[in-house]
Design a protein around this ligand. Structure first.
Ligand code: 13P
Length: 256
């Protein structure tokens, strides 16, 4: 984690959990627990239907609100989809894109992830782009190739300035919701690989400026070690973000 060069960001990904009243309750529990923490940005990425309630509940606190997906077209005949402008007006400042659950259950490709990232950036929303290998790919020794390819395709066509506004989340699929965490060295290694890809695509200075999170069973007990690594600039937290005390403890491990 290198605060001098880039932002540390702790983001909760609530996935498909909580109604607006549940969102208000969780945020109201969280706020006093993280009051006064500095040194990291704090985000909760909530279901679409919770965005407005979450934004209202977060008012006056350091907690920002994000969404969990965005459609890539600005408007039109796309039944069931939500545009970046819609998110923006409701108060979302971040959006998770290309999460492995969307890749696995909804057939999302790196090309679609790239389009979504561009739409978010155009609306002034920070995309949190997820990449990560499957267990089989790690076992086959192709983690570097897979994650490098995902990073290149997801960033295709973005300018240097755009890329500095992007957050990348390295989420090894085998560590998501399994209780199995990557070791801090594994997380640091792959976040470093992603940073090298960005350095080659752009330049070293740009690569050093990009926030690269780790996600996958991050919890209070392992957060400090993961977040202590040079290339790990924060976390994307699933299960533990639904428990105010646990999420606050992770925020404190990242903050000052
Ligand atoms: P868990 O923290 O529940 O493993 O989920 C990680 C994740 O998918 C965050 O996007």
């Amino acid at each position: 984690m290198n605060r001098e060069l880039r932002k540390t960001v702790i983001a909760g990904n609530w996935k498909m959990n909580l109604t607006p009243s549940g969102a208000r309750k969780l945020i109201n529990e969280l706020k006093p627990l993280i009051d006064g923490v500095t040194g990291c940005d704090i985000v909760v990425c909530v279901p679409f239907t919770d965005i407005e309630a979450a934004r209202e509940a977060c008012e006056g606190s350091a907690v920002k609100v994000g969404a969990q997906n965005v459609h890539f077209e600005a408007k039109g005949a796309f039944t069931g989809e939500i545009s970046a402008e819609m998110l923006k007006e409701c108060g979302a400042e971040y959006v998770v894109i290309g999460h492995s659950e969307r890749r696995q259950y909804f057939g999302e490709t790196d090309q679609v992830v790239n389009l979504r990232a561009k739409a978010a950036l155009a609306a002034g929303i920070t995309p949190i782009i997820c990449v990560g290998e499957l267990l089989k790919e790690r076992e086959e020794g192709i983690t570097e190739e897979i994650v490098s390819m995902q990073t290149k395709l997801c960033l295709a066509g973005l300018s240097c300035e755009d890329v500095k506004r992007v957050i990348i989340a390295y989420e090894p699929v085998w560590a998501i919701g399994t209780g199995k965490t990557a070791t801090s060295d594994q997380a640091d290694e792959v976040c470093g690989i992603i940073r090298n890809v960005i350095a080659k695509l752009y330049d070293g200075k740009t690569a050093e400026a990009v926030t690269i999170q780790y996600g996958g069973s991050m919890k209070p007990g392992n957060a400090a070690e993961l977040l202590g690594k040079y290339n790990v600039d924060g976390g994307l937290i699933g299960g533990a973000s639904l428990v105010a005390g646990d999420f606050a403890a992770i925020v404190k491990a990242a903050g000052q």
